[in-house]
Write a protein that binds this ligand. Structure first.
Ligand code: GLA
Length: 748
């Protein structure tokens, strides 16, 4: 990493020439970060030393005067240094107490009890590439891919320094920001609030789009006005959660999937978080995304440094679709560090919905054999394989924490059983069946040997009741001994058998904690465990899961290339969940399975073609059913599903994704992929209900070459990109519920 020192100080500002370094220009203490379609600008106020937000949006070439605000009433201030009140200024790193009445990005409690900070600019440097964040997941990149600006601030009154880090990924119009707070004093301080990303946008008319949900119905779009006061949401569940995802977009009211301005914000963090857009009386909109203050109060001792998580902000002038594609490309290339990120994923069969926890060696051998006979390449043994009597995992009340195979179910241990699975040849393939396993290492049942030996290892608050969810407790991963126990237990499992895939589950939120800071310590501890295991076993395909999509976040994506998207496998509901999730996360990172009908959750009956089409739009495709329950019709559809998977999976893994129509907006939702070489496109089109009138709208594609001509399985001859994008195709829908089609387009 090359560092160019553009060191300056306020007193030198006037004399300094511009320091241009890659995509960052530091002219004195005016900072410009530029991407292909974005400018991000801020500067130092020469009177107060405060950082002032100037612009985050489409490309601009100059700094311009700020909006004129009447400096009257209670919002005046700082008369002693001759600046208007900070409340009337657009600020980049707002602290608390100096005439700014809005929410701060940084809120520090000092030993004497006060919470005032006065961070002023000291110096900056520009670094080619991007330094990593110690102990936290973050985007990464080399010189030429990303440039980083580090701005140092100091609070002389409290001896606390701050270092803000801004990295610009110009190809993706993305800015990643994080910061460090160092305590240079002699007393403890406490971080009460830390918004990894903070900026003040001008008085723009904005909507906020977020992903709201719960178990089994994750990632529903919710759109509201950014009105006066606070518009926002948070997770207090200890994790990113099903209820709100640490992502939101701000957009113009006229923005669509394909047109208009959108700003996307995403926290690279798996713990509790808070997201806020605060509009004050002048109309400026303060954007804050970071730790949930209810789970902060993080102590920082003398000489110690607090590292905030990273947040990524993306700007798009091509609507929400453009924003999502920037996130997808950035995350695949510069966040997900797994060797498997750009590999096609093996088609799999998971035992959970077929057998539940009621498994044994012989039922699993049968299932594995059927899996291989169907031509499926990976067999995954889900819950129920571990624990020893009296704590054997025969249902969800016992066994979590005791990571040894249940001797009553696997009398010869895991190794010989997996060897048997591996010995099955996969039909129509030269491969033998591969084996994968389910684990839930962050949890413990009170009915376990581990809990009896180490009751002090669980998250708890003094003598308060340790409240259960799914009859389990959360281990305190903030404790190094717990981290080491998990690393050893999981390493032992991996070393005992030929395992090529691991589903890492996590099935409850965190309730009682010893202190609010325990969540941050837990999250760092969890990352240490994931970092260690994925580093030691990089060839394993790791999949995240948290009762479905309870931790579908960018933090997990750094370590695991894919996550189970939802426990709801009903294909119609899944369309909504998968499209919502795609707002921020690439389809290549979603795991999606075909399950039996009627669906176990909502009893809906949907054809196997439709179920497969929905699941095939995800990077990790598979089945989650007992093949012996398949109808003849379903069984006969499987070869064609497998050959479609062969064709589509490489495009899902590395192509571009377009949402053509949302299920909530139309009876005919559709999505489209374009291959990386742009020669092939695939459109999954759906009809939800049989409707006599009105007619289906034409299916208008996106992202094609306007002048190229395309052949297709859906029409004879050729049609131009212009015709397909502006005119569209009228698909021959039958008058029936839950119909689907896969339209292929090949550039001539
Ligand atoms: C969670 C997961 C499921 C399954 C069960 C097993 O609910 O999301 O996919 O693994 O646990 O207990």
């Amino acid at each position: 990493m090359r560092s160019i020192n553009c060191l300056s100080h306020l007193s030198l500002i006037a004399g300094l020439a511009a320091c241009v370094n890659g995509d960052i220009t530091a002219s004195g203490s005016n900072f410009s970060l530029s991407g292909a379609g974005v400018s991000y600008r801020f500067h130092v106020d020469p009177r107060s030393g405060d950082l002032i937000s100037d612009h985050f949006g489409g490309p601009i070439d100059d700094f311009t005067d700020p909006a004129t605000i009447s400096n009257s009433g209670w919002s005046t201030g700082l008369d002693n240094v001759g600046t208007p009140g900070l409340t009337n200024i657009r600020r980049e790193f707002p602290d608390i107490g100096r005439s700014d009445f809005r929410l701060p990005a940084i809120h520090i409690s000092h030993a004497n009890g006060d919470t005032v900070s006065a961070f002023t600019y000291q110096s900056h440097e520009v670094v080619q590439g991007k330094p990593s964040l110690i102990g936290l997941p973050a985007t990464f990149g080399k010189e030429g891919e990303v440039t980083t600006l580090i701005v140092r601030l100091y609070d002389n009154y409290s001896d606390v320094s701050a270092a803000l880090s801004y990295s610009v990924f110009p190809e993706y119009n993305a800015i990643a920001r994080s910061f460090q707070i160092t305590n240079n004093g002699t007393n403890n301080i406490s971080i009460e609030r830390a918004a990894s990303f903070s900026t003040d946008l001008p008085n723009l008319d904005l909507k906020m789009l977020e992903l709201q949900g719960d178990w089994s119905h994750e990632a529903n779009r919710v759109i509201r006005n950014v009105d006066f006061g606070e518009t926002g949401f948070r997770s207090t569940e200890g994790y990113s959660s099903h209820v709100h995802n640490p992502f939101f977009a701000l957009h113009d009211p006229t923005t669509t999937e394909t047109t208009g301005e959108a700003w996307g914000f995403n926290l690279v963090y798996t713990g509790s978080f808070a997201a806020t857009a605060e509009r004050f009386s002048h109309g400026f909109v303060r954007v804050l995304l970071g730790l949930n203050p209810l789970h902060a109060s993080i102590p920082v001792g003398p000489g110690r440094t607090f590292q905030s998580p990273e947040a990524v902000a993306v700007y798009s002038s091509h609507g929400l679709g453009g924003m999502s594609r920037s996130f997808h490309d950035l995350y695949r290339k510069h966040l997900s560090r797994s060797n498997h990120t750009f590999e096609t994923r093996p088609i799999l069969l998971n035992s959970w919905e077929g057998l539940g926890a009621n498994i044994n060696e012989s039922s699993l051998e049968n299932l594995a054999q059927e899996t291989a006979e169907l031509g499926i390449k990976l067999f995954v043994m889900d819950d129920g394989w571990f624990g020893t009597a009296p704590y054997a995992r025969t249902n969800d009340t016992a066994g979590l924490g005791d990571w040894t195979p249940n001797p009553a179910r696997f009398p010869n241990g895991l190794g010989p059983y997996v060897d048997t699975v591996d010995s099955y040849s996969v039909a129509n393939s030269t491969n033998d069946l591969a084996f994968g396993i389910w684990i839930e290492p962050e949890m413990v049942n009170p009915n376990s040997t581990l809990y009896h030996e180490h009751p002090e290892w669980v998250m708890h608050a003094g003598n308060h009741v340790r409240t259960l969810t799914r009859t389990q407790l959360v281990l305190n991963l903030g404790l190094p001994e717990v981290q080491d126990y998990i690393i050893n237990a999981i390493s032992n499992i991996i070393d005992s058998a030929n395992i090529s895939y691991i589903k890492w589950d996590n099935n409850r939120g965190i309730h009682e904690m010893s202190s609010p800071a325990a969540d941050y310590a837990y999250t760092l501890g969890m990352y240490r465990v994931m970092d260690n295991l994925t580093g030691s076993y990089p060839e394993i395909l790791w999949e995240g899961c948290a009762s479905g999509g309870g931790r579908f976040d960018a933090g997990i994506l750094h370590y695991y290339p894919q996550s189970w998207t939802s426990d709801n496998t009903d294909a119609s509901d899944r369309l909504t969940i998968q499209l919502g999730t795609s707002l921020a996360y690439p389809l290549s990172s979603m795991a999606c399975h075909v399950s039996k009908v009627p669906n176990g959750l909502n009893m809906r009956n949907i054809s196997i073609e439709y179920r497969a089409h929905v699941a095939l739009m995800c990077g990790s495709f598979g089945f989650e059913l007992n093949p012996s329950e398949l109808s003849d019709e379903e069984r006969s559809a499987i070869p064609s599903i497998l050959s479609t998977w062969e064709k589509i999976n490489p495009i899902v893994i590395s192509g571009s994704f377009y949402r053509i129509a949302w299920p909530g907006d139309t009876n005919w939702p559709a999505v489209q992929f374009v291959s990386e070489d742009t020669n092939t496109a695939a459109v999954f089109a759906f009809q939800q209900g049989a409707i006599i009138k009105p007619a289906a709208p034409p299916l208008r594609m996106q992202g094609l070459n306007a002048t190229a001509r395309y052949t297709s399985n859906a029409f004879n001859g050729t049609l131009s990109g212009n015709t397909l994008m502006n005119g569209g195709l009228n698909l021959p829908w039958k008058l029936a519920d839950y119909q689907s089609m896969l339209v292929w387009l090949y550039k001539e």
